[in-house]
Ligand binder design. Structure first.
Ligand SMILES: [Zn+2]
Length: 455
């Protein structure tokens, strides 16, 4: 058999149907596809153009970040963390977002992608908050990552003088245009008809985006119920809780990825389970924002009911899915005083096979198996946290983090090698990002809020 790349002598956490962990294993890929996985001895006869000694590596499939805002990167650390949710978004995050030039959004997105690739994320679902859509699509295309991206889409006419029907028409038309311009068709980067969510989309837009997603085989990602405000709004306006209202509209289903879902009740959880709707939880964002997931979240109950739960990093503070996995494998144990909740292997499933399912790519990514895309992460075992190697899955989640990622392949292309992105000039990108961030903050007129004097 011929292959382009053979990595041999490695430890493999395959995430295949049997969830095999293989010591002294090997993986071979030709073009963008995995052609062989098994014991090194079984793959010894493969004639590969590049043979890599994998004895230093633990290989996993690439991680899927199922919710991330890639154009928030330039304002990281600037938005105070102690303000009410409304003020954080209304006075800080959204005005700063909307003040970014297209070039600044493109650089922010590339910085986020570099941070994800370097920590083993090979695929992501963007949160539906891109304003300079074409520029960001172009900026991401060259990085090698796999992504589903959404334009900033909302249509509720908060201003009574606004033409409500025109807002809906324009939002829907923009989604149609994006999906025509960037169709999936097996491509790495494509558009999704994502919605901001919460209470910002009208029933008409929910229905139109859903019809579009169903027609094109794409998905919709939308924020819902990080805090109790969404439920309060829906109850006041419709008499129903948010997920009940979405069920009434007929827009629930496997195409829909509802993000956060902290403040839901048992009836909403049952509707999610019955409809096959996906849920993405962002533990890091929830903890830092004080959403109350440990007190209110029904994630153990949803998992028990068979809901596909994926993980995301959300904002710009952290793009490392390995940190997110570690949180997921500990938070609910403490909150419920139940050590059986979300063990390491469950968190790893959320970051791989479940994320793949949410992306609609369950047969394509998320596992090291023959026929899957060659999205592979090599974790460097020659680091203190990996010695001794006793239990690969436990140590991957509890001991390691993204800084130990040595190399990453997407579609068989080595996009990270020896901890450096190969398709991104990181030094130039960082210099550009620093200069742009200083300019954005200077023209925002907002103060740098620091408890201690910054001289
Ligand atoms: Zn978000």
């Amino acid at each position: 058999m011929q292959a382009d790349t053979l990595i041999t002598g490695a430890t493999l956490v395959t995430m295949d149907a049997r969830r095999r962990v293989i010591r002294d294993g090997a993986v071979a890929f030709a073009g963008d596809t995995i052609v062989a996985v098994g014991k090194a001895a079984e793959l010894a006869g493969i004639d590969a153009r590049t043979v890599i000694d994998g004895s230093r590596f633990l290989l996993t499939p690439g991680f899927v970040n199922a919710h991330v805002h890639v154009t928030e990167t330039l304002i990281r650390g600037f938005v105070p963390g102690d303000l009410p949710f409304d003020e954080t978004l209304g006075r800080w995050v959204i005005p700063l977002y909307k003040d970014h030039s297209p070039a600044e959004q493109a650089v922010a997105a590339r910085l986020a992608v570099a941070a994800m690739l370097r920590t083993g994320t090979t695929s992501f679902i963007e949160a539906g908050t891109i304003i300079a859509f074409d520029e960001v699509m172009a900026a991401i295309a060259g990085t090698g990552i796999r992504a589903r991206i959404g334009r900033w889409t909302e249509d509720r006419a908060w201003d009574p003088a606004a033409d409500a029907e025109a807002l809906t028409r324009e939002a829907s038309a923009a989604l149609e245009r994006d999906l025509a311009a960037y169709p999936q068709d097996g491509r790495r980067i494509a558009a999704w008809p994502n919605l901001i969510g919460h209470m910002t989309a009208t029933d008409a837009l929910w229905r139109q985006a859903t019809a579009l997603a169903r027609r094109t085989g794409t998905g919709i990602s939308a924020h819902m119920s990080p805090v109790a405000d969404d439920a309060a709004w829906y109850l006041a306006e419709t008499g129903r809780r948010p997920v009940e209202h979405l069920a009434d509209l007929g827009v629930l289903g496997p195409h829909l990825n509802l993000v956060h879902m902290v403040h839901i009740d048992a009836r909403e959880a049952a509707l999610v389970a019955a409809s096959g709707t996906r849920v993405t939880f962002c533990p890091d964002a929830s903890l830092r924002s004080g959403y109350g997931a440990m007190r209110h979240g029904l994630f153990p109950e949803m998992a028990e009911a068979g809901v596909t739960i994926a993980l995301g990093t959300d904002g710009a503070d952290n793009h490392d899915m390995m940190r997110v996995m570690a949180l997921m494998a500990s938070l609910f144990r403490d909150a419920r005083e139940d050590r059986s909740l979300f063990p390491a292997h469950a968190a790893l499933e959320m970051a791989t096979v479940n994320g793949a399912r949410v992306m609609g790519l369950a047969d394509t990514i998320g596992a090291l198996a023959v026929g899957m895309k060659a999205d592979v992460v090599a974790h460097d075992l020659a680091r203190p946290e990996w010695v001794p190697l006793n239990n690969p899955v436990e140590q991957l989640v509890a001991s390691a983090d993204g800084r130990g990622v040595h190399s990453v392949w997407v579609d068989g292309v080595r996009v990270v090698e020896d901890q450096r992105c190969t398709l991104i000039d990181e030094a130039a990108l960082q210099a550009e990002g620093q200069a742009m961030a200083e300019a954005i903050l200077a023209r925002s007129g907002l103060p740098l809020v620091s408890e201690w004097p910054v001289e």
